[in-house]
Ligand binder design. Structure first.
Ligand code: UDP
Ligand code: MG
Length: 325
């Protein structure tokens, strides 16, 4: 029987410090799985250079020369983690039987891959890596992250609790996933929509092995907001309901003021009027902002721009201009 071809997809952005440290981790795991006969020798570690400005791409090219199990693609510019993972998965789709996406900083335990491959052999098309604990995270990160997963669930988005982007997808699941054409990517919310038999494998998340995080609070907030607005229209509905309630309340207010005026007891009510004007102005601005967010998303989606552009591949370096979308 032909052995499973596994591609480990690793996005990297300015990771010259961490790549030399974690490359042995990935290669070691690949070789171990090959040795155990769980995967074939044509399995690969596929690095995606997300338009790094440091030596990341040079290191990836070195690795590819050093060991045939390493390969890489380079994005024409920095597009963000989600697009980099997508580029890698789409590159792997037609070459592999299963692909595992994992960050390059060694925070996610590579040993969870054994369980993922076993689950794949048991017929699972998608295997989610789920963090058993968040001990290595700061209190702030843990608190906001867990609160965020709960908020997403409340908004009706189907996400796996404490799962980020460490997951196995079979080539069949990837092919179905490639039909999702949206440009606002929130992979962990989109992948469950593919369906098929799936399961979870838990692991402990560690400290970053070297270098520093590229997810400052601003990027995290953007991802969080993208996640909610690309998966759920509930915020818009909540706005409609709130607007309705405020409208009904103001009807009562109008009735009340007419009655007091008719009774000749109207008082100079500057303060209350001003408060209402401010309140309404504020609410309207807020609501229009949220609706505008969705309209902005529609705008981007209708353009249908490519979600990634590959500018080079380690395997055909002599043709660096081979663009593929
Ligand atoms: N990353 C990327 N493009 C970016 C930012 C990050 O490909 O624009 C990669 C990065 O190299 C790493 C992964 O995404 O492999 C996760 O990033 P990081 O470790 O900085 O985030 P954190 O784990 O702190 O949330
Ligand atoms: Mg990290």
């Amino acid at each position: 029987m032909r052995k499973t071809v596994l591609y480990i997809v690793v996005p990297c952005y300015n990771e010259e410090e961490v790549l030399p440290v974690t490359c042995d981790l990935f290669l070691g795991k690949l070789n171990q799985l090959i040795g155990e006969g769980k995967i074939g020798d044509d399995s690969r570690v596929l690095y995606v250079d997300d338009g790094s400005r440091d030596r990341t791409w040079a290191i990836i090219c070195d690795l590819a020369r050093r060991d045939p199990h390493f390969m890489g693609i380079q994005q024409s510019r920095n597009r963000g983690h989600q697009n980099a993972v997508l580029a890698g998965l789409m590159e792997a789709m037609d070459r592999c039987d299963a692909a595992i996406s994992i960050d390059c900083d060694g925070q996610d335990d590579v040993n969870a891959m054994d369980g993922m491959i076993d689950a794949y052999h048991d017929g699972c098309e998608i295997v989610y890596g789920v963090r058993a604990s968040r001990d290595t995270d700061t209190f702030f990160k843990r608190f906001t992250a867990e609160g965020y997963y709960k908020l997403l669930a409340f908004m009706g988005a189907d996400v796996v609790f404490n799962h980020a982007d460490y997951r196995l997808m079979s080539s069949r699941a990837l092919r179905e996933f490639s039909k999702f054409k949206e440009v606002n990517l929130f992979l962990r919310g989109m992948v469950p929509l593919v369906g098929f038999k799936s399961t979870c494998v838990s692991y402990d998340r560690r400290e970053r092995q070297a270098g520093k995080s590229h997810y400052p609070l601003s990027k995290m907030l953007k991802l969080a907001f993208d996640g909610i607005t690309s998966l759920s229209v509930k915020p818009i509905r909540m706005i409609t309901v709130t607007g309705l309630i405020i409208f009904l309340l103001s009807l009562i207010g109008i009735l009340w003021s007419v009655i007091t005026a008719l009774c000749g007891r109207s008082v100079p009510g500057w303060a209350s009027t001003a408060c209402i004007v401010f309140l309404m102005g504020g609410l309207q601005a807020l609501f229009m902002g949220v609706i505008g967010e969705y309209i902005g998303k529609i705008y981007l989606e209708t353009k249908g721009r490519p979600r990634y552009i590959i500018s080079a591949r380690t395997e055909d370096e002599e043709k660096p201009d081979d663009d593929r979308t």
